[in-house]
Design a protein around this ligand. Sequence first.
Ligand code: NAD
Length: 478
Amino acid sequence: MENNLLADTAETDFQVIFKKQLVRAQQLRKQPWQNRKKLLRLFGAFILQNRPRIHQALKADLGKSATETDISEVFPVISELKEAVRNLADWVTPEQIDAPLTYLGTTSEIHYEPKGTCLIIGPWNYPFNLTIGPLVSCLAAGNTAILKPSELTVHTSRLIRDLVSEFFDEELVTVVEGDVQAATQLLQLPFHHIFFTGSTAVGKVVMRAAAENLSSITLELGGKSPTVIDATANLNDAARRIAFGKFLNVGQTCVAPDYVLIDRTVAREFIELLKQHVIQLFGSGSGITAQSNDYARIVNTKNFNRLQALVQDAVHLGATIELTGTSDSARHFFHPVILSNVSTRSKIMQEEIFGPVLPVIFYHHEDEILPIILERPKPLGFYIFSNRKSFQQKLSVEVSAGAVCINDCVLQFTHPRLPFGGINASGFGKAHGRYGFLAFSNEKPVLKQKSGITMSSFLYPPFTNRVKRTINLMLRWL
Ligand code: NAD
């Protein structure tokens, strides 16, 4: 039936491969899940063998050091693979469901069936991790996949294409390289699931396209993740952890702290500590320079200029520069910037920063915190640095966010057993571990009835007084 959805004449290459994948997806449904486990185990070994190629691609695209690539690109994918290999037997086992009295005599199970043929569209900021990570969940659930990595990280996109064609046959996994045009064409196909990671603006385009085919979707989007620090927080820990979470990958991280709201009585001390930690983590004796090995680069000139314009606008509206240095646009090296006295009207407080610029806003009273956060779209992450349980509790309850992390930041992303995803503007649907497996599975109930008289047959027409009495009893007691 699905094949009829595609025109028979003048098929594009995408339609051809999509059709082949539909056939393979149907075959996969009949194969034992143990095959998936074996495939994932081999794929993990293959990725580790190819680590040097991954290092080279990320160095070329984002100036990442090999160690940063291991931490933020290779490790999360290997962790995802290990979690799937270890737990697949458990994840695929049908769940037995108890019958309430009205269903006496029936037995029910939830089966986890593969959705079929899926599309994974990746971003450029963690281009390996955020394209191959979802692929692991997709394969664990028994699907086929077409991957569309970001065109902005060309070396990683090319590498993903090569690795995939070396390891998988194209009916199982195919990579389509290209930009908006390729993505637009792919989105016309009736995929059974689309897993998109990228900006909120493009997320809306993907959702509209998915609606045409009623494809289910996971949207992993971005947003402004707020970070609140009160006077009871361990300021040194907060400064070190925020320095790492914010300036890793030069702030081009969807879960990076976007801005800080801090009690004004501890703000100065925090800013001094933060400056020290940023330099210690990413620089050397001469500070952070275009030669610093452990500090990545901005993806392209467009984003470099965008960040400069955000800083200029904030300064124009009265912001104070607490930390800056010489940047080098030709090499896409953007020195870390810390700002204070930032107006909430400035552009930097309206859009996701996605770069190494951190606005720090001082509050005089705790009542000022919630209005600033709540007037912005729901964020992907929310960070609270405090040693007061009541404060942690109040903010975690009153702020709706993809995740809350207390006394640290970003860590929630890499935890393999936590669901990862946003809410509304920061996306929906969950990824990672079992949640990623579920995103690519249909939770299909299978109910078996016994033969002969059943509980439901007492409710069949004609609706005699006996039926009416039965329904009255049910309404009252069940
Ligand atoms: P983007 O939305 O510009 O691009 C993402 C992908 O969509 C790319 O592969 C691109 O080719 C494709 N694309 C672009 N325009 C398209 C269109 N009109 N139709 C279909 N596809 C299109 O995002 P980006 O700049 O690569 O990534 C940065 C954004 O992603 C940030 O907002 C960041 O917060 C977010 N992000 C979210 C997560 C998460 O897990 N929630 C992770 C990383 C990045």
